[in-house]
Design a protein around this ligand. Sequence first.
Ligand SMILES: Nc1ncnc2c1ncn2[C@@H]1O[C@H](COP(=O)(O)OP(=O)(O)O)[C@@H](O)[C@H]1O
Ligand SMILES: [Mg+2]
Length: 412
Amino acid sequence: MFKRLILTNIKSFAQAYIPLSNFTLVLGTNASGKSNLRDAFRFLHGLSRGYKLADVLGGKYEGGDQVWQGIRGGPYEFITQGEAGGFVVASLEPHVWYTIAVRHLSDKPPLIFSEILNVGVDDLYEAEETEGQRLLKTRIKAGGDFRKGQVESLPSDEAVLTQIADYYRGRTDEGIQAVKAGVLTATTHFTNMQFLDLSPNALREPSYPGQNQLGDRGENLSTVLQYLIEEKEHKETIIEWLRELTPMDVADLKFQRDSRGRVSLALVEHNKRITSVESASDGTLRFLAYLALAFSTETPTTCFIEEIDNGIHPSRLKLLVELIETQTKRRNLQIIATSHSPALLNLLSEESLNNALLVYRTEDSPHSNVKPLHELPNFKEIVERRRPGALMESGWFENTVEALEFDKAQPA
Ligand SMILES: Nc1ncnc2c1ncn2[C@@H]1O[C@H](COP(=O)(O)OP(=O)(O)O)[C@@H](O)[C@H]1O
Ligand SMILES: [Mg+2]
């Protein structure tokens, strides 16, 4: 699980400290920086796939097909405007810190200028740019002592993180093994991520048996659900959730095959009427996708979900929150979700409310900032008297941080 992220000069964040929990709801007005936070996670994920920095930021092609969409705005907009370089620090369980710094010069490909992997109190490696060369001087702390450790030169157009295992292929000495183990922990965290942005069209697409991983737009929903409810014990739980979540339209699920062998989901109502996936309601399909995500063993550990309340009626949000809060805990999944819904905010448990983050920009500064709701002055007392959704609607969150920033700016 990600414990926190620290961003320095990344997109609209000049300096942001972002604590993360099993379920982190991200709030903020339009253009406050919520999706920029998602971009920072995608950056780490792209690196962990072993892509070159220019491809992570710009987009990656393999065999003529795009296999990875770059970060919005590409390499020149990944770093805060007017800055020459930026840092991303990720803190992971248990006690793993990964730091990467990137820079770009106009007309040149972006480069990594510093990288550190730290486990517990030990730095496993430290890499820094070599003057005038596109190489990272990498000190490996093998054997517990940097001075006795090894210095390698690795290309600075790709993360050292994904180069080390290959570089030391076959090496079994203890120090190098420890470095490889640390590298594996970090890359496993970063690869195990998904960025969900559901689209009704994709949710409706039929899929082939064996396609058991939900796509970012909701592709493969039909076969993911079919696979899930093959297990009897799973089926009962899922149907139970379904009946509660969608009391009007789903009592059971059916799966139909077309002439090409593709599977489409159909919804069976209590009165036995069957609705094909094409005519099912968008909101119901979104719900089914979240259900699939919550129960499928193929779900990556960390999911970033854009506008989680989108298309879902406020009266059903309660169950969605319950589903997320119970399943993230039970399965140790991590969900980071953006939302504009005061109704959703009202339904959060005390713990989720405290862990929710406000992303904001103040009038005097072009930069985004992040503040956990529980750090707002007197938040605990205020939400005993007023519902958090009402505070959100009235602009209380933004006004409060604006006032705090104003106080900070006054001379003592
Ligand atoms: N490289 C950058 N430097 C400074 N600001 C940036 C940079 N890239 C994006 N932004 C700012 O981020 C805003 C978009 O933020 P975004 O995260 O998409 O908003 P939302 O909270 O609606 O998801 C833009 O309007 C722009 O002001
Ligand atoms: Mg956005």
